[in-house]
Design a protein around this ligand. Structure first.
Ligand code: PEP
Length: 234
């Protein structure tokens, strides 16, 4: 069983989500399907898929105009939340410290965080890929957690760019993440790969050791693109 998670970013409509949910009903798969959609679309009956948000406040309630807390996300029936996506890190200056607080907030209200880590092109060129990945994992996850989390390796330079790392690069990154999680007492945590996943590369990527599924951006918006990714692996 693989985890196939979609990240709709700031795209889509409620009608589009209903169409996706109904298209997913007939798909022959045992894979877990998660759709992380804008807050405004949470609360729908999501059929066989699970809904998730794309960010969460570090705060629980109060005077934080525009923010949405973990308890509010959980109140919609959503089960997941993406935390530390590269676009949050880039446009909202989220650091590993902030991400860790958001992970704690999510876990306190029963949400499973999908924690994103990955290097920028600048960091890759400077030979810092492994260092950024390991510190991302160690610093974005609170100590001594006993609840489920998911980690997603998303090389930031490859997101939305139609670029993917080599099989060797993905293997190396996922092995490092698996070993780091194991040293933190978190072995068995699903590790997703994300960045420019599509129908034509999904099965190959998911055959790499320690790749337990994929986080899909652009190709998760339309059933015709997303469903072949879901059915590309058993
Ligand atoms: C993402 O933003 O999480 C992502 C993986 O995007 P894309 O698939 O479009 O590269």
């Amino acid at each position: 069983m693989k985890v196939i998670a979609g990240n709709w970013k700031m795209n889509g409509t409620t009608t589009g989500l209903k169409d996706m949910i109904s298209a997913l009903q007939n798909v022959d798969t045992e894979n877990k399907i998660i759709l992380c959609v804008p807050y405004t679309m949470l609360g729908l009956d999501s059929g066989r898929a699970f809904l998730g948000a794309q960010d969460v406040s570090t705060h629980d309630h109060g005077a934080y105009t525009g923010e949405v807390s973990a308890s509010m996300i959980a109140d919609t029936g959503a089960k997941y939340v993406i935390v530390g996506h590269s676009e949050r890190r880039q446009y909202h200056s989220e650091t590993n410290d902030v991400v860790r607080q958001k992970v704690s907030a999510a876990l306190s209200f029963g949400l499973t965080p999908i924690i994103c880590v990955g290097e920028t092109m600048e960091e890759k060129r400077a030979g810092k890929t492994m260092e950024i990945i390991e510190s991302g994992v160690r610093e974005s996850i609170p100590n001594d957690i006993d609840k489920d989390i998911i980690v997603a390796y998303e090389p930031r330079w490859a997101i939305g760019a139609g670029l993917t790392p080599t099989t060797e690069e993905i293997t190396e990154a996922h092995t490092l993440i698996a070993n780091t999680l194991s040293s933190m007492g978190l072995s068995g945590t699903p590790i997703l790969y994300g960045a420019s996943v599509k129908d034509s590369n999904a099965a190959e990527i998911m055959s790499i050791p320690n790749v337990d599924g994929v986080l899909v951006g652009g190709a998760s918006l339309k059933p015709d693109d997303f469903i072949p990714i879901i059915t590309s692996v058993k």
